[in-house]
Design a protein around this ligand. Structure first.
Ligand code: B4P
Length: 182
């Protein structure tokens, strides 16, 4: 099975949910920039205070800040991993490429979770995190289309991208992803 993976998709597509499952089953490290940023916010670190305001508005945290978090984690990792929610901009993707060349750990597959906007909004409203109110969710979707969706072309041109239907039960979607990664 492929073991250096990137999960891409709109907010609420289930990147975190599926990454956690696939990591558990296959012994991979789950690196979620959203979770790492929320941990910084909870710890009220300088970095967390900077991230908190940006996240509550549905904007993206600065590339520099996210990159510094990811670099520290990946540099100390020898096994496989899933990057969930990162990269979110072409600049982050280019910086990641440079880092992975240096670490000699190329990406083996990029999984795009595909889902209709209205289902996303329903799922996120049901989750009810502090950045999950309708106005902020709609803004996150706009930010996704503007800043993150260009990565679909970026990775498909490199022959790495596979799309998966992200509607249905969590278990069914996990199976679909596992089939893609064989
Ligand atoms: P993230 O933490 O990455 O979260 P997300 O995109 O909102 O959700 P995800 O797709 O992981 O969905 P989940 O599994 O939770 O980002 C939050 C914020 O952090 C961003 O807006 C940004 O500000 C900042 N950030 C993160 N990374 C960044 C970066 N690289 N650069 C800059 N800023 C960054 O699932 C959603 C809900 O659906 C859950 O309640 C789940 O239980 C449910 N669900 C999942 N699968 C389901 C299914 N099959 N059926 C029904 N419900 C399902």
């Amino acid at each position: 099975m492929k073991k250096r993976l990137l999960f891409l998709g709109p907010p609420g597509a289930g990147k975190g949910t599926q990454a956690e499952k696939i990591c558990q089953i296959n012994g991979l490290m789950h690196l979620s920039t959203g979770d790492l940023l929320r941990a910084e916010v909870a710890a009220k670190s300088v970095l967390g205070n900077e991230a908190a305001r940006v996240m509550s508005q549905g904007e993206l945290v600065s590339d520099e800040l996210v990159l510094s978090i990811v670099e520290t984690r990946l540099s100390s990792q020898e096994g496989g991993w899933i990057l969930d929610g990162f990269p979110r901009t072409v600049i982050q993707a280019q910086a990641l490429k440079t880092l992975l060349v240096r670490l000699d750990q190329p990406i083996e597959a990029v999984v795009l979770l595909k889902l209709d906007d209205e289902i996303l909004v329903k799922r996120l409203l049901a989750r009810g995190r502090s950045d999950d109110n309708e106005q902020v969710i709609r803004h996150r979707l706009e930010v996704y289309l503007d800043k993150t969706a260009p990565l679909i072309d970026y990775y498909s041109q490199q022959g790495l991208l596979s799309g998966v239907n992200a509607t249905g039960s969590i278990e069914v979607i996990t199976k679909r992803i596992e089939n893609l990664l064989k």
